[in-house]
Design a protein around this ligand. Structure first.
Ligand code: DON
Length: 391
């Protein structure tokens, strides 16, 4: 067995005996979910998928759709327009609360239902059919395959969604959504009813974890700044009134849904997803949370763990007949530029006058932050031509 698969399997075996919590029962199709289902998948930066458990079982995406629809809205309309209609503050309230700003009626954030309905109405326009197609297509690009709506779950959502309808009417009364309320709220129900597997969700998470590029298909789905905005909102609001404790214990931007799905992001490392239908009192998957706690604790994925690599770019010094070549590789961050400067100064100090130039080759860098390059350029400009940059 593959070593990564073996480790994921061991985590599953560990949480499997936990039978606490209860499946969502507000519609028959969710109440009928097999509570023992358990699946776990991760996707790495090169699109390698590792999945264990019930990884082929389909379920409806529910609230896990919210960050991706936010991404689509941001890509379509830009930050200002989107955040004029929905805030970015954690509400500290359950997912279906009437979390509207006093006076303006602006919903607290795009992760609670009120904000998600407003976001969905921004992300898609036209008839219900057109909106549903736009939203399903957007989710499909994140997943890297064509997804579809579970019509039975959609009917259930629509038949029972009176609270969401009430929220949508409140939003309309404050002009936080335009046009026909029914179309907007039905499109939101269809968005929640899109069928996915745990692997789809891990790829979707990966697309955000790797800056908006789908690690499976290589397609750029959203801009890097959009992916960063979405991941930031997930970090503060993704787990509803459990978000603060989640950030403390797990430290990964995440989103949960009532079908028992849970998606988390280890930026630049992994897209992660779990599926286990029993929920806790916050509406989050019990075993999903336990799996992610294990990843944070034992696999070093808490976002606030110190990471050495960011401050340590690859530096290889080569002495040639023409002078000294300093090859830079990997990622050059602002903090890493300091290390490069140290090496250059040491080389310059050790060099007899007239010894040829020092050439800094930055062409092989995987990623260079503009501020880091600026530091290097300034340093080299001060070095009066003895050191040159190839960028
Ligand atoms: O809006 C609703 O009621 C559901 N269709 C989705 C809510 C959801 O998944 C909340 N998450 N925990």
């Amino acid at each position: 067995m593959d070593p990564i698969e073996r480790m994921l399997d061991a985590v599953l075996a560990d949480v499997r005996p936990d039978h606490s919590g209860a499946v969502a029962d507000y519609i028959p199709a969710l109440a009928a979910a097999e509570p023992e289902r358990l699946a776990f998948a991760v996707v790495g930066p090169r699109g390698r998928v590792t999945s264990v458990g019930d990884d082929e079982v389909e379920f409806t995406i529910q609230s896990v759709s919210k960050p991706f629809v936010l991404a689509h809205a941001l890509e379509r309309l830009g930050r200002d327009e989107v955040f004029r209609h929905v805030g970015v503050e954690p509400s500290g309230e359950p997912f279906n609360a009437i979390s509207l700003e006093l006076g303006t009626g602006r919903p607290a954030n795009p992760m609670v239902n009120a904000g998600a309905i407003a976001t969905s109405a921004l992300a898609a326009s036209g008839s219900l059919e057109e909106r549903s197609r736009t939203l399903t297509d957007a989710l499909s690009r994140f997943a890297g395959r064509s997804l579809s709506v579970d019509e039975e779950v959609y009917r259930g959502e629509s038949e029972t969604g009176h609270r969401n309808r009430a929220l949508a009417h409140l939003l309309r009364s404050h002009a936080m959504i335009d046009g026909d309320v029914t179309t907007a709220v039905e499109a939101y129900f269809r968005q929640c009813s899109v069928r996915v597997t745990v692997v789809d969700l891990a790829v979707m998470a990966g697309t955000l974890a790797f800056g908006g590029r789908n690690p499976l298909t290589g397609e750029r789905v959203v801009r890097e700044d959009v992916a960063r905005d979405v991941v930031s909102v997930m970090a503060s609001c993704g787990m509803y009134d459990y978000s603060g404790e989640w950030l403390l214990r797990v430290g990964m931007p995440a989103k949960s849904g009532v079908s028992g799905d849970l998606l988390a992001i280890a930026p630049s490392q992994f897209g992660i997803a779990t599926f286990s239908p029993r929920l806790d009192r916050h509406g989050n998957s019990v075993r999903g949370i336990r799996i992610l706690e294990r990843l944070a604790g034992e696999f070093g994925m808490h976002a606030f763990e110190p990471h050495e690599a960011i401050a340590a770019p690859g530096i290889r010094v080569e002495h040639t007949a023409e002078g000294t070549l300093v090859h830079l590789g990997g990622e050059l961050a602002f903090s890493g530029a300091e290390r490069v400067i140290g090496v250059l100064r040491d080389l310059a100090a050790g060099k007899a006058t007239g010894d040829g130039v020092i050439l800094v080759d930055a062409r092989e860098l995987g990623r260079a932050h503009p501020a880091a390059l600026e530091v290097l350029r300034t340093e080299l400009a001060d070095a009066t031509g003895a050191v040159r940059l190839l960028a």
